[in-house]
Design a protein around this ligand. Structure first.
Ligand code: TA6
Length: 297
């Protein structure tokens, strides 16, 4: 068993390369954003746009963007989350921390894994128009599985309300042939059709733009990819909402850092706490969102 952690530059971003046996992972200090994960000589498990702009201050398309202290459009969030921001109408999508540097909190490598963690403390690095005291910690453990955890601690004297997501982009052989198992029977919000609530019947397959918020899905989901003869397993704790997104043809053309044909090779399954699953933390308390990812051949 060999593991290693090496600091590297990727584009203009300060990154770390983690290795464990034949697994490899790339993570950027900016946004504590995982930019890639896979096995040596194998196909990627986590997808990064071939047009990704790896430049400071720029959100990067792909990997695992951390969406916090809100997910999506702030004005689509519960009032208590909107009220945490001084100018909610001006706020950009997916929160404030995915395109700014976090602090390196720790590196560890041993026989069983290579680990790295980053923290973001709003008392030390204040966030524009969001004057609240909180500390985030993003921890990654690269072993036989990839384990990601996002912890948020309320450092203030008032309750802290937020929504969040690990906005994970997965690599797939062909979106037309992929199925997502585990969602059958789950209610979901169809954001592309008046945000109405519908119920998933059977395996989720894809035949058009898909942008759904699944409510109370099971802890384990699977991406079944017959083209690459693999199943990506996703096991989460701490999230009761999962966003499933593929832009398909037309939206792909409108997206930044996104090749017109890339929609066929990616799928987002985002473990989140959004809408009724938002988080409100009492002073000094902490919330943790964990995600384990591994592939069965
Ligand atoms: O998670 C789904 C989503 O909200 C989509 O609607 C799309 O906007 C995607 O996130 C990408 O958002 P971004 O701001 O990274 O381009």
């Amino acid at each position: 068993m060999t593991s290693g952690v090496e600091r590297i530059k990727q584009g203009s971003l300060d990154c770390w390369s983690l290795r464990f046996n034949n697994s490899k992972l790339l993570i950027a200090q900016q946004g504590a954003q995982i930019l890639g994960y896979g096995h040596e000589g194998g196909r990627p498990i986590i997808w990064l746009s071939e047009e990704a702009r790896l430049e400071p201050g720029n959100s990067v398309r792909g990997g695992v963007p951390v969406c916090w202290p809100w997910f999506g459009d702030l004005q689509r969030n519960p009032q208590s989350i909107q009220a945490m921001h001084q100018q909610p109408q001006q706020a950009s999508a997916h929160g404030l921390v995915r395109s700014i540097d976090w602090s390196l909190a720790g590196i560890e490598q041993h026989e069983q894994a290579a680990c790295i963690s980053f923290s973001y403390n709003t008392l030390e690095q204040p966030l524009a128009h969001w004057p609240h005291a909180a500390e985030l910690r993003l921890s990654v453990r690269l072993g036989e599985r990839l384990s990601i955890s996002l912890a948020c601690r309320n450092l203030g004297e008032q309750p802290l309300s937020f929504s969040q997501a690990l906005h994970t982009y997965f690599a797939v052989s062909d979106i037309h042939t992929v199925g997502v198992e585990g969602l059958e029977g789950c209610d979901y919000i169809e954001t592309l059709d008046n945000w109405q609530t519908l119920t998933q019947s059977g395996t989720l397959h894809f035949s058009g733009e898909t942008d759904r918020i699944y409510l109370h899905p099971p802890a384990k989901l699977q991406i079944c990819d017959p083209g690459w003869q693999r199943t990506i397993n996703l096991l989460n704790r701490g999230s009761q909402s999962a966003v499933v997104w593929n832009p398909w043809i037309d939206k792909a053309r409108r997206l930044s850092q996104f090749n017109d044909a890339a929609w066929q090779r990616m799928l987002c399954i985002e473990h989140a706490n959004v809408l009724e699953d938002m988080v409100t933390l009492a002073p000094a308390s902490e919330h943790q969102l964990h995600l384990d990812i591994w592939v069965d051949k």
